[in-house]
Design a binder for this molecule. Sequence first.
Ligand code: NAD
Length: 240
Amino acid sequence: MEKIEQFLQWIKDTDNIVFFGGAGVSTESGIPDFRSVDGLYHQEYDYPPETILSHSFYISRPSEFYRFYRKKMLCLTAKPNAAHKKLAELEKAGKLKAVITQNIDGLHQAAGSKKVFELHGSVHRNYCMSCGKFFDVGYILNSKDSPLCDSCGEMVKPDVVLYEEGLNDETIQSSISHIAQADMLIIGGTSLAVYPAAGLVDYYRGNKLVLINNSTTPLDKRANLRIEGKIGEVLSRIQL
Ligand code: NAD
């Protein structure tokens, strides 16, 4: 049986699917990932993106952090692509139990997915670091320099997990529990290079691990099925 046929058959047979994805899920929406050839890690900046997107950099040079963040991480005109839409359809059809994403762009929810675990947070939520007041993404976009709380004057930080910061415990526990109980795990559009997120895959116990990526990953050998290609195109083959 061809790989894609096997994949489609497993989707038909299973109603307990979990999807785990990364930046590659949103490249077809025009948002650059980090590690592809035209990703952010291959563009020239004064500092490497890992440095700019770290907690210590954010605290010590907030203006520079926000210059990069506004320009490269806020892609607010991007629309959900075929991958986001198909995953939302699968959930609606009762087949997909959760999307676990490393993305911070909110496109799964924009496509209609309800159960989304955002391991690295979201650009759409922002909080005052002192009084906790909530700010939407428009506040970040429209403020100059480093945004300050309009109530107490302290710094406003995106609810995004920066390098050196820990992941939300509840989000990790819920993600682990969904992966551990899944019959089928589809992993797509991630280099599986960022930990602890990539380590969550270890909790999968089943024998329908499908890896969809347009390049190789360190976990290719673990996959029961590896499909090389664009995630939007591959998922579009699913007929419900
Ligand atoms: P990554 O950049 O490390 O890897 C992306 C992977 O997806 C690569 O292996 C690439 O070959 C593959 N890929 C790219 N486009 C694809 C497509 N259309 N179809 C199939 N595969 C495709 O991304 P990562 O593993 O998610 O880790 C990087 C970190 O970057 C994450 O923590 C994430 O929070 C953050 N990030 C998020 C966004 C976003 O929210 N859209 C964008 C850039 C980076």
